[in-house]
Design a protein around this ligand. Structure first.
Ligand code: ZN
Length: 134
């Protein structure tokens, strides 16, 4: 097993490895496969296969800089959905304990605890105070 792991490490040296975009592709592929369990559509399974192939391409790609740029552009496009893609379990736990609000002044996203009734929030970026019902 150790020998296998060192071979994997050897293979992955200088390669991109798993990143957010590869992870998102695999997640989407899994979702499509589940949908296809009911839909039984050839095109859906082809798309799922293409997504997995794309994820593998990213993981073994030696062009780390290009892949990193794509991944960052992707993360930017995701915006608030990003935590749900990169770590759905943590995002789910987070969503149960916290609420996300947007500062009315600078539109910075803030995390506030749930179930505290009326609370006053100070934006850490622009220091704007606003009331909020959690
Ligand atoms: Zn603000």
């Amino acid at each position: 097993m150790n020998d296998f792991m060192s071979k994997v490490q050897e293979f992955m040296r200088g390669r991109n490895g798993s990143d957010e975009l590869a992870l998102a592709s695999i997640e989407l592929a899994v979702i499509l496969v589940i949908i296809n369990f009911f839909a039984n559509n050839g095109i859906i399974s082809l798309i799922a296969l293409a997504l997995v192939a794309y994820a593998i391409f990213r993981i073994v790609s030696p062009n780390v800089n290009a892949r990193r740029k794509e991944s960052m552009a992707f993360a930017e496009k995701l915006g608030p959905v990003r935590p749900w893609v990169s770590n759905p379990v943590a995002a789910f736990k987070d969503a149960r304990v916290y609420r996300h609000v947007t500062c009315p002044n600078c539109h910075q996203r803030l995390r506030v605890p749930r179930g505290k009734g009326h609370i006053s929030v100070t934006c850490p970026r622009c220091k704007q105070k606003f009331d909020f019902r959690s």
